[in-house]
Design a protein around this ligand. Sequence first.
Ligand SMILES: Nc1nc2c(ncn2[C@@H]2O[C@H](COP(=O)(O)OP(=O)(O)O)[C@@H](O)[C@H]2O)c(=O)[nH]1
Ligand SMILES: [Mg+2]
Length: 242
Amino acid sequence: MPDVMIVVPTYDEIEGLERTVGRLRQSVPHAELVIIDDGSPDGTGELADRLAKADAGTLVIHRTERGYRSAVIEGMRFAMSRGATRVVVTDADGSYDADGLPELLAVSQSGVDLVIGSRFVEGSDVRNMGPRRRWAAQIGNAYARAMLSTGVKDLTSSLRVYRTRILERIDLDAIEVDAYAFQIAMAVRVAQAGGTIAEVPIGFIERAVGSSKMRVFEELATLGAVTKWGLSGVRALPKPPR
Ligand SMILES: Nc1nc2c(ncn2[C@@H]2O[C@H](COP(=O)(O)OP(=O)(O)O)[C@@H](O)[C@H]2O)c(=O)[nH]1
Ligand SMILES: [Mg+2]
């Protein structure tokens, strides 16, 4: 039974998946890794099957439905069903440097409920992120910080380590938003469940292969969701890590 489960949602990631999985497995060999593929037309699912066949620590879930949020939640539930105490979620494109994962896991091990691999704290190393995406992420994060009264600098990072004990206390089905807003909603839920949140600086190199599945729509939807939450009094005030 693995203590740590790494969840990698994929949609059309045939170019980067093998390298990303290899780096994650190397960085944290004691963890299991599950790829959640939503019937990618480019053959990512078949590649995932080949990777799983070659490595007992790599697993695959094929889904017929499509969606980032539902894929991540399915991965979280799978991890919990296998008895993991920590769930890592990360992208298949390799943009979040897998070398930083052991440090995130060490912070998680010390008892922090949500550890965020942060692009926007001192010590982070962000490369190749075009000015538009960087600007959108920074403005979006500053707005969410102000609206939700939180000090978390990178609420939209998709490299995270959750303790399953906090996930068990969150009604995951009640989350209706997807993509970046889902990341923010999860931080809010962790805080509301009485959880602790810490940020650890990471290396981030914007994807060099394949293309982003997120659109301007997701950015605008995130601003809309944050505005709605902020005005209705939703706050993300995590307990500081001890
Ligand atoms: N299973 C699944 N994975 C998805 C879906 N949409 C995006 N992803 C994956 O989620 C991760 C983040 O998406 P990405 O396009 O890199 O977002 P960005 O980093 O914000 O540009 C990648 O591994 C994608 O392949 C989806 O609908 N289903
Ligand atoms: Mg990405």
